[in-house]
Design a protein around this ligand. Structure first.
Ligand SMILES: [Cu+2]
Length: 125
């Protein structure tokens, strides 16, 4: 009976060491692609921000926030996931004037690991 918790711990350690496949590291949701492209200067305001991660993500535990240069939120707050591709999240933007915008994202992959990041884009005058 006393050995049981130790067995469980050993199994967990072995599970961690064995890891999921031979991929380098674990299945963290890293940002693979974004629209607008990070750092880009756009001729017109985009209607959406779309992020594609390296892994499937859990929309309920993800967040995308888009703010203007004064810190005011310019997204409509409703995160949309793509049922055809669970690595993809989108959020709709309010009509935005020319300026610089910051996209901040928090993602939770299906293995519950969390990642976060941010990038900027600009809308030209
Ligand atoms: Cu992970």
């Amino acid at each position: 009976m006393i050995a049981r918790p130790r067995f469980v711990i050993a199994a967990l350690v072995l599970g961690i060491l064995a890891g999921p496949g031979t991929a380098p590291g674990f299945a963290h949701a890293l940002l693979r692609a974004a629209l607008p492209v990070p750092g880009s200067l756009l001729p017109a305001a985009p209607a959406w921000v779309r992020l594609t991660f390296s892994e499937a993500v859990e929309p309920l535990f993800c967040k995308i926030k888009v703010t203007d240069a004064t810190g005011k939120q310019v997204d409509d707050g409703s995160l949309v996931s793509d049922p055809a591709d669970r690595r993809r999240l989108m959020i709709r933007l309010k009509p935005i004037p020319p300026g610089e915008y910051l996209v901040t994202w928090y993602a939770t992959s299906t293995d519950t690991h969390r990642t976060q990041g941010s990038f900027r884009f600009q809308v030209s005058k």
